[in-house]
Ligand binder design. Structure first.
Ligand code: FAD
Length: 452
């Protein structure tokens, strides 16, 4: 069976290795339009912080990882068209412009997204950057040590913008962080925790400008300021981390797309074309807690979708639908670490999901362990359905790395556990790590009104 995969990032990589590891007699070819295979943007912050062996190592895989398993991979090869009747794709060698038609039995699209310029004047000025992929990563790295850059404006306070803000601040730049929503990381955390993040950012010298609407980037050839409805802010460099564009222009008129250009898939991740599947950032996955397709653009999502597609690709009609994803993220913001999962007060409202949230504050170990490094504060949110008590989201935030507890909440969301289930779940106790009841037990008991 001949399987063609478009895009050599998380979705393409996972599809290829799942196929090559699980099946014999598969002829697997990945086409990648870009030159570098396969930069891992998730590792960009570590690279910018000098915590990696080499920029060329920050990747999902090397071509030989696929060819050694019997697969094929071509970089600088862009798939430009699909002929569903002939079951062929047109592949263009972007180096020399030649095109060829290639047959497929099954086609997996993981063409992802490209970060978007803001729809304002001045995005073409020098030093207005985006943040994804190898080329932008190396440009941002160079800017960190460029003494002519003193003021950096970061637009977008999602985790990508926060990563950028932190790394520039740590390199001695004055950073202004903009968003049109009213709090940093508001898509991930509820207000009690964004208050902590807001303070942490400010304590570390970042100027936090929320509820701001950007009207233009101004400058003479090179950016000099960010103009908003409220004022003008000096900027020698702008990092735009607000919004993406699905890489689906080439599919228009052939593959059904949503009005924002995402590939329309059914519950089996099939497109409207026979034997053509789509995964990754280019689709909107089913969110388990929201119960509807939602923007959960994560490597974790792309890989689960790839695994699902490969597990069912040879069935005429897949025996099982794709169950959806929860959407979990973890991040450090200076000294704070958090993990969040599912919906929060902001995303629940956007998805029209009724929630209540319980915010619990505690110390991680028994009171006889002196407060300080060994016994620090932790904040836990449990977000749940007010009628059924099914857990729909949550977060854990502390200066101590308790991010793994976020995965406990993620599992609860995925398996539709209730707050009552979490209140009595049998977790370990050892005073070196926790209290007589484990953190998530306590947070759930608090939600039910009886924390110890
Ligand atoms: P993409 O990564 O978008 O890649 C698509 C690929 O397809 C590209 O290489 C592109 O060149 C190629 N392509 C597109 N069109 C064609 C075509 N027509 N022909 C051939 N090739 C084509 N996620 C996490 O889970 N955890 C993290 O910590 C995390 N950190 C991140 C940090 C940053 C700075 C960024 C930008 C993203 C981060 N993500 C993280 C998100 C994660 O990177 C994406 O969800 C993931 O890369 C999506 O994979 P994908 O396969 O859908 O496509």
């Amino acid at each position: 069976t001949k399987i063609i995969i478009v895009g050599a990032s998380h979705g393409g990589h996972e599809s290829a290795i799942e196929l090559l590891d699980k099946y014999e007699n598969v002829d697997v070819t990945i086409y990648e339009a870009g030159d570098f295979v396969s930069f891992m943007s998730c590792g960009m912050q570590l690279y910018l912080e000098d915590q990696v062996t080499d920029v060329n190592d920050v990747r999902n895989f090397r071509p030989e990882d696929i060819t050694s398993k019997g697969g094929n991979i071509y970089n600088n090869h862009e798939v430009t068209a699909i002929d569903a009747d002939k079951k062929q794709v047109t592949v263009k060698d972007v180096k020399n412009g030649t095109e060829e038609q290639v047959d497929y039995d099954k086609l997996i699209l993981s063409s992802g997204v490209t970060p978007k310029n803001l729809p304002v004047p001045g995005t073409d000025l020098k030093n207005v950057y985006l943040m994804r992929g190898y080329d932008w990563a190396t440009k941002i790295k160079a800017a960190l040590t460029d003494d002519s850059i003193k003021n950096v404006a970061v637009v977008g306070s999602g985790y990508i913008g926060i990563e950028a803000a932190e790394v520039f601040a740590k390199n001695g730049k004055h950073v202004t962080l903009f968003d049109f929503i009213d709090r940093p990381l508001g898509n991930y955390l509820n207000h009690e925790m964004t208050d902590i993040i807001d303070k942490t950012l400010k304590d570390n010298g970042i100027q936090v400008e929320m509820s701001q609407s950007i009207t233009s980037f101004a400058g003479d050839g090179k950016v000099e300021s960010v103009e908003t409805k409220k004022g003008s802010y000096p900027a020698d460099l702008v990092i735009q981390a607000a919004g993406v564009q699905p890489n689906t222009e080439w599919l228009k008129g052939v593959v059904n797309l949503t009005d924002r250009g995402f590939i329309d898939v059914d519950s089996y991740l099939r497109t409207n074309l026979p034997d053509v599947f789509a995964i990754g950032d280019a689709i909107l996955p089913l969110s388990i807690p929201a119960g509807k397709p939602s923007p959960i653009a994560l490597a974790t999502t792309a890989r689960r979708e790839a695994q699902y597609v490969v597990n069912h690709i040879f069935e005429k009609k897949p025996s099982q639908i794709f169950k959806g994803v929860v959407g979990s993220s973890a991040l450090h913001v200076f000294d704070e670490n958090f993990a969040s999962t599912g919906v929060n007060e902001f995303t629940a409202e956007r998805s029209n999901v009724e929630i209540v949230n319980s915010h619990y504050v505690d110390h991680i170990r028994p009171a006889y362990v002196p407060e300080g490094e060994g016994n620090v504060q932790v904040d836990v949110d449990i977000t749940y359905d007010p009628h059924t008590h099914v857990v729909l989201g949550g977060a854990v935030l502390s200066t101590h790395d308790l991010t793994a507890q976020g995965n406990v909440l993620a599992l609860a969301v995925e398996h539709k556990l209730t707050v009552e289930d979490l209140a009595e779940a049998d977790f370990f106790f050892q005073p070196g790590y926790d209290r007589q009841w484990s953190l998530i037990n306590l947070a759930a008991q608090h939600a039910l009104g009886y924390a110890r």
